[in-house]
Write a protein that binds this ligand. Structure first.
Ligand code: ZN
Length: 148
């Protein structure tokens, strides 16, 4: 899932649960639950393949606009809500590290148990997943607006 969907889910968890000790680990765990849903991507072919397709830039544009909307909607929330949103996004920083630190330079990125797990749960990355991403974000914003 894109970072806006992870972030909105983390925020919804923090606002809905209202117990930081519970909400923060749930927000982090939500990352992997969302990644297990069908979503946008090119079947684990990485950023090199994704950047060859225009729809990837539409996906990035959607994610940026959704993120700005989310920041606006959360503008009066406590820092714990933003922390939960950040934790829900955090695992995807590994992909940036792998891409900019290794793949882009033609180097083999390091692997590990968490990387393999994070890859395997994303069993359905497809270009049409952008529709699921947009619908999911809309549904989560509807939930968020009911909680605010
Ligand atoms: Zn992920």
């Amino acid at each position: 899932m894109n970072i806006s969907n992870h972030a909105v889910t983390g925020a919804v968890i923090a606002i809905g649960v209202r117990q930081p000790v519970l909400a923060l680990p749930l927000a982090l765990a939500s990352h992997f639950a969302l990644d297990a849903l069908p979503h946008f991507g090119y079947s684990q072919q990485g950023f090199n393949e994704a950047f060859k397709h225009r729809i990837t830039y539409a996906q990035i544009g959607f994610s940026v606009m959704a993120g700005l909307l989310l920041v606006y909607l959360l503008r009066d929330q406590a820092a714990i809500v933003f922390l939960a949103a950040f934790l829900a996004v955090l695992p995807d920083f590994m992909w940036l590290y792998r891409y900019f630190g290794f793949e882009r330079k033609g180097l083999e990125p390091p692997g590990g148990v968490i990387t393999r797990f994070h890859k395997r749960i994303q069993w359905c990355e497809r270009p049409w997943g952008i529709f699921i991403e947009v619908l999911f974000f809309g549904a989560m914003v509807a939930v968020l607006l009911r909680l605010l």
